[in-house]
Design a protein around this ligand. Structure first.
Ligand SMILES: *Cc1c(COP(=O)(O)O)cnc(C)c1O
Length: 227
């Protein structure tokens, strides 16, 4: 492998070791954790390196960039959309994405359902963990609105609710935020048992997310470096 390949192989290995240590501390099985390599801003050749190293889950934030990369990779790669959703991009996004992590608008949910003909799409509902007045613009449904939001989503054909997602608010301790998200999942799983997954944790805070019960961690810079 070339120099870039060596770099990515070593940093991927480092991330996997961190996952194992965090799971050991939390008494969890590393098999419970899906590592999503966040490949936004990096070329398809980097995604191919990760694919050749055995990775299959890739996270992207922008439609056009992801559409091009997904076309260049083997078809068993699993593509996760985790960016801000623009309604006019949804037709394209549903064409390449296997999972959407950032659903926080009911008009988007019904539009997605209308675009899915034969297939279905897994979705995480993004939750805002900020105080309503202290929002830092990271998106998400307010916890107080989650019941209504999930009821509407659960009625839509083709949308497979899979779990809750959050980005730790800048102003709070990420561990506290992730435990809050995990508690919300447990609470809402009573009415929505299909909410089995928890998408949280990035390069700087995924150990805290694993401790709280994350099943999907989204890791970019610790694997690919910064850009
Ligand atoms: C970019 C991004 C990540 C990855 O962040 P890193 O700090 O590079 O690991 C995870 N989740 C979302 C929603 C992102 O936008």
């Amino acid at each position: 492998m070339n120099e870039r390949g060596d770099f990515i192989a070593a940093s991927l290995q480092g991330v996997k070791e961190r996952i194992h240590i965090a799971c050991h501390k939390a008494g969890r099985d590393p098999m419970e954790i899906t590592l999503i390599s966040v490949t936004k801003n990096f070329p398809a050749s980097d995604v191919q390196i990760l694919y050749d190293l055995g990775e299959r889950n890739f996270g992207e934030n922008r439609d056009q960039e992801a559409r091009e990369k997904s076309a260049a990779l083997p078809s068993d790669a699993i593509w996760h959309f985790q960016g801000h959703i623009q309604s006019k991009k949804l037709r394209s996004i549903t064409g390449w994405a296997d999972v959407i992590h950032s659903l926080d608008d009911l008009s988007h949910a019904s539009k997605i359902a209308g675009l899915l003909l034969e297939k279905s799409l897994s979705v995480f509902v993004q939750v805002s963990l900020d105080a309503p007045d202290g929002g830092d613009g990271r998106g998400g449904v307010e916890p107080a609105r989650l019941t209504e939001f999930l009821r509407e989503c659960a009625r839509l054909p083709g949308l497979e609710l899979q779990g809750l997602m959050a980005v730790a608010p800048l102003a709070h301790d990420p561990a506290e935020a992730f435990f809050h998200l995990a508690a919300l999942r447990r609470e809402f799983a009573v009415e929505f048992p299909q909410l089995v997954s928890l998408s949280c944790g990035m390069s700087g805070d995924f150990e805290a997310a694993i401790a709280a019960g994350a099943t999907h961690i989204r890791v970019g810079s610790s694997i690919l470096g910064s850009r």
